[in-house]
Design a protein around this ligand. Structure first.
Ligand code: EPU
Length: 421
């Protein structure tokens, strides 16, 4: 038996939804907290499985995790022990790799299993390791485990061949206690990087330039506890905006930073979606007539790869041809095969999808092959005629906080069941 999500499609949605704290910031902020020597309070924690996996890793490290309220935790590393991380929780998500930077930074030693996460084609971590080595660490890999060791970390200049979010954050964490100045050139500029730098600076780190291509980190001797509120999840917000563009009689989406969504909002305007964008909200009504558009994913502030999957679904309802080119993950197109099972007309080549529309969608049995494919299946299920059954729901639960409840409150017909294997 396995759990499935079922959606009866075709119901128009109406009401308000409040976006949760950003998953991709949270999964870095939690490991970053262990760099402090006192309690770190974080609010705006999303209710997602990745947070549970990271909390389990913290407990293995003898870090106290106090859940003060649903979205509010205190992480106290005062009694922390740097033990080897062999637990399966490490392989449940990719972001467990942030413990590499954090533990190397704090102790000069870490031994942990290979991180896991969504399969989106090859996802190497060579740039993270190159960064650690430049700071003075020795890296070895044996039987699925990485060992990083350094007598001393010394600040240096590190040029990233690719603007990697993970490598930028990981190097920042490893460098906070390093001697002297570390400069990361060609750094990624995603808002989640600024959020992690903000947390570290509140703890006493000296990081400048986060959100630009050049980040400098001047090493410090000690970091203390602090209070931090996580930025809103721009990918969850984008997913609800796409849902609204497809199915809302009228929907208001609160707790967003519109600037973080510029690339999506601009593309939706090109498609003919009408929106009212406020300081921290957007109001949307579905459009009867949509136009096909072309999307190329790029590092921030370009169009986010994480949103191309849900947007593809909206493209099936648009007049004419749309194309999606994913320059970040060339194999991130499994959702297209699932959408074709529902009646879409999508051809997939290497790194590119061509969507011909409009094609009505029919409910079918589909799989959430990865997190954002899962989000795409939810959008498709809401739009489709009849019932859609989504398997591998755990992928969706890794990244979307209380998605069933949020959608039900908007009038969606969505439930879970156990199905035969
Ligand atoms: N890359 C390398 N070597 C490295 C690191 C990255 O070649 O050492 C390549 C990747 O293979 C990819 C590109 O560089 O082609 C960019 O990858 P990046 O490192 O920026 O991705 P990431 O840090 O592993 C984060 C998000 C992803 C999101 C990407 C791109 C987290 C935990 N994950 O991954 O989010 O797609 O940035 O924006 O922050 C998701 O939320 O569904 C998700 C997959």
């Amino acid at each position: 038996m396995h759990e499935v999500m079922k959606i009866e499609g075709g119901h128009l949605l109406e009401g308000e939804v409040t976006i949760s704290g950003a998953k991709n910031a949270t999964v870095a902020l939690i490991p970053a907290a262990v760099l402090a020597n006192g309690p770190v309070t974080i609010v705006g924690i999303p209710q997602i499985a990745d947070v549970k996996s990271l909390s389990k890793i913290l407990r293995i490290l003898n870090v106290d995790v106090i859940e003060v309220a649903k979205d509010h935790i205190i992480i106290d590393p005062s009694r922390m022990e740097n033990v080897d991380l062999n637990d399966d929780s490490v392989t449940k998500l990719r972001a467990s790799y942030y413990f590499m930077g954090a533990l190397l930074g704090k102790y000069g030693y870490v031994r942990m299993k290979m991180p896991g996460g969504c399969y989106l084609g090859p996802r190497p971590i060579d740039l993270h390791l190159k960064g650690f080595e430049s700071l003075g660490a020795k890296v070895s890999y044996e039987k699925g485990c990485y060992t990083l060791k350094a007598d001393k970390l010394i600040g240096t200049k590190i040029f990233l061949d690719i603007q990697s979010v993970g490598a930028t954050i990981n190097i920042m964490m490893a460098a906070v206690y390093a001697e002297g100045r570390t400069t990361i050139e060609n750094a990624a500029k995603e808002p989640e990087i600024i959020d992690v730098a903000t947390l570290l600076n509140k703890m006493g780190a000296r990081i400048r330039g986060a959100g630009t291509n050049v980040i400098t980190i001047d090493g410090v001797r000690s970091l203390s506890g602090c209070f931090h509120e996580i930025i809103p999840d721009r990918i969850e917000a984008g997913t609800f905006i796409i849902i609204a563009a497809a199915m809302a009689k009228k929907m208001a989406i609160y707790n967003i930073i519109p600037q973080h969504l510029d690339a999506l909002l601009s593309k939706l305007r090109d498609m003919g979606v009408k929106m009212k964008v406020g300081v921290d909200y957007v109001e949307i009504e579905r459009s009867e007539k949509l136009k096909g558009v072309d999307v190329i994913t790029r590092p921030y502030p370009g169009f986010a790869t994480d949103l191309q999957q849900p947007l593809t679904v909206l493209m099936t309802a648009a007049e004419g041809e749309s194309t999606v080119v994913d320059t970040i993950y060339a194999e991130r197109f499994k959702h297209c095969l699932e959408l074709n099972k529902m009646g879409a007309d999508i051809e997939v080549y290497s790194g590119r999808a061509i969507i011909k529309g409009p094609t009505p969608l029919d409910g079918a049995k589909v799989s959430a092959t990865d997190l954002r494919c899962g989000a795409a299946m939810v959008v498709a299920g809401l739009m489709a005629d009849g019932v859609t059954e989504i398997s591998n729901v755990y992928h969706i639960d890794r990244g979307y906080s209380e998605i069933d409840k949020k959608l039900k409150d908007l009038g969606a017909v969505i439930w879970r069941e156990m199905a035969e294997d």
